[in-house]
Design a protein around this ligand. Structure first.
Ligand code: NCD
Length: 331
């Protein structure tokens, strides 16, 4: 929330420059080299106190594509199980030469508290999702994906676009982060879900709040569908999964009936197929941006690691040549 619009553009532009490192063939038309060793000699530790597939592997690949060493710290088999605090864990890893910690933690605010406690020791903290609070790298990759899709379809920028965020708003750090970033970009935001999954405070994040799906979807340019976070819910939030799907499930019929013809669908994953989204929509390449989100996530995390682990005075001027996708760096 403390990033300015120009900070955000800076991250997105850098991510765009990094994308060809692992997606485009090099100039000899062979496989992408997948290594742009700007972070050689740096060590990144993934410290995940909650399950993750894509965020963890995405940060790991991002670090490796930039030539950094990666340690995957396994909380399940560590001294955290013996009661070691997050601060002691961080200091221990730092004493071994780790330069950055990528942390996912069930406690909202944990990354911010740790970064204050640890500062100014030179250890960087990247938030990979803290409780229901925030998921900055996901928010940025969603912006990248929306920006890219609107541009490719000659629809201009995110500014003024109607974006509906659908589902379990109460438990979703992705929803909160998306609201902050999309407001910064000037989108018109609508959130919708069952009353029990809509916290009262959500309107203060700058959105219109609905409990009726069609009113949120009407005229939408993009729909961000959220996972029903059953593991964070006590019972009683929804009468049944079937009823949830009936009232809030995203399917072809609803998208066609209410949204703009060019509508696109995003989902941060993991998906509960046939609950919040039909498989037919999730796998429809003309509608779904789920795979692009995953690819863009690696590029965005490369940018975040690079910006975090280098001093602005040492940074290379990285530029892309859009026609070929080749990248160059100029010192
Ligand atoms: C999200 C998360 O963990 O907050 N997933 C992700 O990082 N891709 C959303 C979720 O778990 O539903």
């Amino acid at each position: 929330s403390d990033l300015s619009l120009s900070d955000v553009h800076n991250v997105l532009e850098m991510a765009r420059a990094f994308l060809p490192v692992f997606t485009s063939p090099d100039s000899m038309n062979t496989a992408p080299s997948k290594c742009f060793p700007l972070l050689q000699g740096q060590v990144v530790a993934n410290v995940f106190f909650e399950d993750s597939t894509r965020t963890r592997s995405s940060f790991e690949l991002a670090a490796r594509y930039l030539g950094a060493e990666v340690v995957n710290f396994s909380v399940q088999t560590s001294s955290v199980k013996k009661g070691e605090t997050l601060l002691d864990t961080a200091k221990t890893l730092q004493a071994m030469g780790v330069n950055a910690l990528v942390i996912r933690h069930p406690q909202s605010g944990s990354c911010q508290v740790l970064s204050r406690q640890i500062s100014p020791s030179g250890l960087s903290i990247l938030n990979a999702g803290d409780g229901r609070h925030d998921h900055p790298s996901q928010g940025l990759l969603d912006l990248f994906t929306l920006q890219d899709s609107f541009a490719q379809n000659q629809l201009g920028s995110i500014k003024g676009k109607k974006i509906a965020i659908v589902g379990d708003i109460a438990h979703s750090r992705v929803a909160r982060t998306n609201l902050i970033f999309l407001n910064l970009m000037g989108a018109e935001l609508h959130v919708v879900g069952p009353q029990t999954l809509l916290p009262e405070s959500v309107a203060s994040l700058g959105c219109q709040v609905h409990t009726h799906l069609p009113s949120a979807l009407t005229g939408a340019d993009a729909v961000i569908c959220l996972r029903l976070q059953l593991e964070r819910q006590k019972s009683g939030f929804i009468p049944s999964l079937g009823e949830y799907t009936k009232l809030f499930g995203i399917n072809h019929e609803r998208l066609k009936k209410y949204c703009k013809p060019h509508v696109k669908v995003l989902h941060p994953g993991p998906m509960n197929r046939e609950v919040e989204i039909t498989s037919a929509v999730a796998d429809d390449l003309s509608l779904s941006l789920v795979t692009q989100q995953v690819t863009h996530g690696v590029a965005v995390r490369m940018a975040l690691l690079y910006l975090t682990l280098t001093d602005s005075s040492q940074r290379q001027d990285i530029s892309v040549q859009p026609l070929t996708g080749d990248f160059t760096y100029v010192s």
